[in-house]
Design a protein around this ligand. Structure first.
Ligand SMILES: Cc1cc2nc3c(=O)[nH]c(=O)nc-3n(C[C@H](O)[C@H](O)[C@H](O)COP(=O)(O)OP(=O)(O)OC[C@H]3O[C@@H](n4cnc5c(N)ncnc54)[C@H](O)[C@@H]3O)c2cc1C
Length: 499
């Protein structure tokens, strides 16, 4: 199949998954990436204490990667050392209370009982069971399927009638479902936060997102050497199979002839021809004409709007003073609703929830107290298209004022002097991921039908496909990987290499 040429624009996880699958099937694959490294949002920043993971910091649903590696004739364990994370996260509240969640249902029962009483433990058991059933209901027909299938959900839903009614038919919002399920407001807040994993507000996202808890509870893995080892190993496998990676090459245009893809034009004016082009950037870039006016209609507007959350992301090295941090820490605010109201109003939340990832070394996932460590802090934010008074100059000062004093008031003092280059803003995310509007997760998950509205692999133009977190099945590292697999398999089927 070496005479069949596929160009992949972007080496995010979706692009890399497709590159691996296609090249190991003997297809001639060329990747064009505007940055100098693979991985897209899985990026690192430099610091005096070494590289800081400045995007995702752990892996979930690692079976999706195992399946991909296997389909390419490889074993993931020959390339990466995955270390299970026992504590999923340590959660802190303003009243001084804290709760660790573990990567198994059973291990959580006692901590929840101690934290909030027997009633809460029973409520947790009920919610856990709902999340598990929802995941089972949605995994094959939605996540694993190249196009979402409603019928199997309805058929299986009949046997699980109560779930379907509770979550889908009543069109419930995640936060409302949690309010009905839990009596302790801290647990409502904790499980509501999972909506932000796919860029949604818990007050506007459908209750189906409860299933994210089930994904987390099945396990979370650190990658020895950092998350960026994943894109590096995927790049190596594709390269070994003959894929050619062109870094520092921004694609300006997708070339069309007779309503079919012909190739691409690079920023430097060079043209490269191919039978198929797979776009791994944000699909909104296509609709905005950033890849040329001829592909503007390749994706419909309703598949990219409304936009998901953006974020302010700190990455720095600092000395934590006398802390009790684990790898993942969440510092909750008092008024969770107000945080998302602020974001909805297009302003920086005055009192945000702060996610703090404390990155240690390969032996110990967290930096020792009073030793210099590497940190990532994430504050949810509105995408720039929703900002009320965008003012790039005020952002840094405001973020500084809401981050470090809050942490200090909750017992975490960090010895550092914050600098502008330590903060990535929604405007910078738009620059890194053109057309995204700073949204980190593509189309927003808000609305009951959002699962069914994301772009599928095949666009409206023959030979032009899409993959990545902005496409079906959705955002997050494993989902983006799955979308790359879907796109590659669509291409293989079109070339009669797969049934
Ligand atoms: C701070 C942060 C934290 C996150 N935390 C988690 C987490 O804990 N768990 C999780 O599962 N997910 C997390 N995510 C989301 C996850 O990182 C993404 O969903 C996933 O990595 C997206 O992959 P992708 O395939 O869409 O490609 P992207 O990562 O979006 O990469 C797209 C690539 O295309 C390139 N590109 C775009 N346009 C062009 C062009 N015209 N020419 C050449 N190249 C181009 C870009 O440079 C980029 O490299 C997080 C994201 C961020 C930013």
């Amino acid at each position: 199949m070496k005479d069949k040429k596929v160009i992949i624009i972007g080496s995010g996880i979706g692009g890399l998954a497709a590159a691996m699958r296609l090249s190991t099937c003997g297809i001639n694959v060329q990747i064009f990436e505007k940055q100098s490294y693979p991985g897209g949002k899985i990026r690192v920043k430099n610091s005096v204490a070494g590289l800081i993971d400045s995007g995702p910091t752990v892996l979930t649903m690692h079976e999706i990667f195992e399946e991909l590696f296997r389909a390419c004739g490889e074993h993931i364990e020959d390339h990466l050392e995955l270390v299970p994370e026992e504590v999923l996260a340590r959660h802190w509240w303003r009243d001084g209370s804290s709760l660790d969640l573990f990567s198994s249902f059973e291990k959580n029962m006692a901590p929840i009982r101690n934290f909030s009483g027997i009633k809460s433990a029973k409520e947790f058991e009920k919610f856990n069971s709902l999340a598990e059933k929802l995941f089972t209901l949605f995994n094959q027909p939605i996540i694993k399927s190249p196009r979402p299938k409603v019928l199997p959900i309805l058929i299986n839903g009949i046997t699980n009638g109560k779930i379907l009614y509770k979550t889908l038919l009543r069109q419930r919002i995640l936060y409302d479902l949690l309010e009905d399920n839990f009596s302790d407001p801290r647990l409502i807040q904790l499980f509501a936060r999972y909506a932000t994993y796919v860029g949604g507000s818990p007050f506007m996202s459908p209750s189906i997102l409860s299933l994210i808890w089930n994904v987390e509870s099945k396990g979370v893995w650190r990658i020895k050497g950092g998350m960026h080892q994943m894109p590096k190993s995927m790049e190596r496998i594709a390269q070994k199979a003959g894929a050619v990676f062109n870094y520092g090459q921004s694609v300006d245009k997708i070339l069309i002839e007779n309503k079919k893809v012909k190739g691409i034009k690079l920023e430097n004016g060079d043209e490269v021809f191919a039978d198929i082009v797979l776009f791994n950037g944000d699909p909104r870039a296509l609709t905005m004409g950033l890849l040329g006016s001829q592909v503007k209609e390749s994706i419909t507007q309703r598949k990219i709007h409304p936009r998901s959350l953006s974020a302010y992301v700190w990455s720095f090295a600092a000395k934590p003073i006398n802390h009790k941090l684990v790898h993942h820490n969440v510092f909750f605010n008092i008024n969770y609703k107000k945080e998302f109201q602020d974001i909805n109003d297009g302003v920086i939340p005055t009192d945000p929830t702060l996610y703090v990832c404390a990155q240690g070394n390969n032996k110990d996932p967290t930096p020792s107290s009073n030793d210099i460590g590497r940190f990532e802090i994430i504050i949810n934010a509105a995408p720039i298209s929703n900002l009320k008074n965008p003012d790039k100059h005020e952002e840094f000062q405001r973020c500084k004022n809401i981050t470090f004093p809050i942490l200090e008031s909750m017992g975490l003092k960090l010895e550092l002097s914050p600098k502008k280059e330590m903060l990535t803003t929604p405007f910078e995310f738009e620059k890194l991921f053109p057309g995204s509007s700073g949204s980190l997760y593509g189309r927003s998950p808000h609305g009951i039908n959002s699962t069914f509205k994301k772009p599928l692999s095949q666009s409206q133009i023959k030979g032009l496909l899409v993959a990545g977190g902005g496409t079906h099945p959705g955002a997050g590292v494993p989902m983006a990987c799955q979308s790359g697999k879907h796109a590659a398999e669509t291409i293989l089927r079109d070339l009669n290499l797969m049934s």
